[in-house]
Design a protein around this ligand. Structure first.
Ligand code: SF4
Length: 287
């Protein structure tokens, strides 16, 4: 199987489908068809803008982390380490919002609303990284470059991965690497269900596990981290879920290469909040 890690810029490929298309299919096949096959574009909502800001900031923090870790000396308390991370996240968030100033104005979206939604998320991320770093320092008692070189788990964010053989690609929110073991982590707002994971979250994290495995990485489990409740829900890799992902890839490929417009889903709640509702209800039959 040919697979590998790639730069985000090189990720786009006509022949591959995104992992998010699998979860979109589970949400509503018709919506996926409207967007990917017929090219309808959902008007940008606050959530979409938050998503793009989040991706940009996480990508930038990855690039800055070596510098942050290198600046930590032995007199730093957990509070001080957290504050270094928070300052960096704050600066990156403000820069990201500034770069979208005109777009937000055009869409009549107040940047402050995005800030209010994003800032608690980045504060939690700052605390998570600071705690990880501090517990490592306490254990190894190393600093500067030595600390960066030895640091595990290393956290990679916005990690792009693709596989030609699976016809799949995606960008993983976070990968934790610990002694050669790769754990994909998907960050979600909201709460986990009473048991396990929501079906689309489950398939998404399983697909990332599969992609990492296909890149010859050792993967035992994946995690969905529900940010509102700070729950980390694990899923263990197994042949059944692998099979499920592969079946779903086939279904999505079949849908997107065909001409059959799927039926309207029966869930009024979904349709009520759907950004493609107008286009959806105006279409009948096959394309
Ligand atoms: S309006 Fe309902 S059926 Fe139509 S695309 Fe949206 S979610 Fe699917």
């Amino acid at each position: 199987m040919r697979a590998g890690f790639i730069n985000l810029k090189n990720l786009f490929s006509q022949s591959l489908i995104y992992v998010t298309a699998l979860s979109d299919y589970l949400y509503c096949p018709r919506k996926l068809f409207l967007a990917k096959r017929l090219g309808f574009v959902e008007p940008p909502k606050q959530a979409l803008i938050f998503g793009s800001v989040k991706h940009e900031v996480m990508d930038q923090i990855n690039k800055s982390e070596e510098e942050i870790v290198g600046s930590v000396t032995k007199d730093y308390s957990l509070q001080e380490i957290t504050s270094v991370y928070k300052k960096k996240y704050y600066q990156l968030l403000i820069n990201s919002l500034r770069s979208r100033k005109f777009m937000l104005k055009k869409l009549n979206i107040d940047p402050l609303l995005i800030f209010r939604e994003a800032w608690p998320f980045f504060q939690r991320e700052a605390s998570f990284r600071a705690e990880n770093l501090q517990s490592f320092i306490q254990e190894k008692k190393v600093y500067g470059k030595e600390l960066w070189d030895a640091l595990t788990p290393k956290l990679l964010t916005e990690f792009a991965v693709r596989s030609e053989s699976l016809s799949l690609c995606g960008v993983i929110d976070r990968v934790e690497i610990n002694q050669g073991l790769f754990t994909p982590v998907e960050l979600k707002t909201g709460k986990a269900p009473k048991e396990g994971l929501w079906p689309n979250h489950r398939i998404q994290i399983a697909a990332y596990m599969l992609l990492l495995q296909d890149c010859q990485k050792k993967v035992n489990e994946g995690v969905v981290h529900y940010l509102d409740t700070n729950q980390r829900v694990k899923i263990v890799m197994n042949p059944f879920i692998q099979e499920e992902v592969i079946e779903l890839i086939k279904k999505v490929n079949g849908l997107l290469s065909g001409h059959t417009l799927p039926k309207i889903c029966e869930e009024t709640k979904k349709c009520a909040s759907c950004g493609l509702r107008e286009q959806c209800f105006s279409l009948k039959g096959d394309c």
